[in-house]
Ligand binder design. Structure first.
Ligand SMILES: [Zn+2]
Length: 351
């Protein structure tokens, strides 16, 4: 090979590495319900608070390499299956909690490929609670058109077809967060249907009743006796992605033991790895910080000490993998492409 050919090939390879998009989800923040002063962009505190929550969303987006299909909920998508004279139609729906008012909101927007939307706000939370977060809610409408007394097997076949179509769309090619199942009444009482829902939307809110002294600026050290907004945002976003609140999480919790292989491999054991409340990693568990390899209490501990900041740890990501997400580091060649893009385009590295 001549030198010039090597150079050309090298240049092409560099170009591919630089333009290759890094795989992974993109967490979008929606403040459309946020009417309190906490996130008011007309104030410097509001701007600083939004920047901290955005930084948490960016860091989490960088760490998750899963792909999600686009999903348009603006026209109430319906999924039908037909067999013989039976047509079954399933109409999935998404909802979320209004972060400011706690009221229920239906979601009728659209999600771009890889997009996960989190609705953010603030309201008064009792006791020592700093924030709360979780996945959005799911619903399922069922319709049937039966002509000429179809057999139960035909109705089931139609329901199976509709269930498969609805689940394929709603899981977005990702993993299952929650499944709704149901059964028909007489004379088709044996016929069942179901729809699985993947990652779509979430919600989170922060305490704003004056009982919490917030440290808003994620670029400065956390002031003594203050609670770090970035750290709390990261924790609540992990809830919204299913940590502590999802079917796959529940499937892997047995008392205070964790049954997921990734976290067990990372920590060495799943015994007593779960908090007694069932929705967090057990208190005071340490892991390795992604950013610098330092030792730190996990983000998904039930509590955070004032005056401290938490960043993502290896164990937090292992739990994400156990409930279905793909995260860095990836054991495939796509990691090299991803790292190539990161090295070329940013100074931020996560391994
Ligand atoms: Zn929590």
């Amino acid at each position: 090979m001549t030198l010039s050919m090597k150079l050309i090939i090298s240049s092409v390879l560099s170009y591919v590495l630089l333009v290759m998009p890094c795989l992974g989800i993109s967490i979008s923040l929606d403040y459309s319900h946020s009417a309190t002063s906490f996130f008011n962009t007309g104030t410097s505190d509001g701007v600083t608070a939004r920047a901290a929550v955005q930084a948490a969303a960016n860091d989490l987006s960088d760490a998750i390499t899963s792909s999600l299909s686009s999903l348009d909920m603006s026209s109430s998508p319906a999924y039908s299956g037909t067999s013989g004279g039976a047509t079954i139609t399933l109409t999935p729906s998404l909802s979320y909690t209004n972060p400011d008012t706690a009221g229920s909101e239906s979601f009728s927007g659209s999600l771009s490929a890889n997009e996960f939307i989190i609705f953010v706000g603030a309201r008064s939370l009792g006791g020592l609670t700093l924030g709360q977060g979780g996945p959005g809610g799911v619903g399922l409408g069922v319709g049937s058109s039966l002509t000429g007394s179809p057999s139960e097997a035909q109705v089931q076949a139609a329901a199976d077809s509709a269930s498969a179509s609805a689940s394929a769309a709603m899981t977005r090619g990702g993993h299952v967060i929650e499944t709704i199942t149901g059964a028909f009444g007489d004379p088709y009482a044996g016929v069942t249907y179901s729809t699985s829902f993947g990652p779509t939307i979430g919600n989170l809110w922060f305490d704003n009743d004056g009982s919490t002294t917030w440290h808003l600026d994620h670029t400065t050290s956390v002031a003594l006796s203050s609670s770090d907004l970035y750290s709390v945002a990261l924790h609540e976003m992990l809830h919204s992605l299913g940590i502590g609140i999802s079917n796959p999480w529940d499937d892997l919790v047995s008392g205070t033991d964790w049954l997921g292989s990734e976290a067990i491999a990372e920590y060495g054991s799943g015994t007593a790895l779960i908090d007694s409340g069932g929705g967090h990693i057990a208190s005071s568990i340490m892991s390795t910080r992604l950013s610098d390899g330092g030792s730190q209490e996990v983000v998904m501990d039930p509590d955070i000490t004032t005056g401290t900041r938490k960043e993502l740890t290896d164990l937090d990501l292992a739990f994400l993998r156990d409930i279905g997400w793909q995260t860095v580091p990836e054991p495939t060649s796509s990691l090299l492409l991803c790292l190539g893009a990161l090295l070329g385009l940013t100074t931020r590295r996560r391994l």
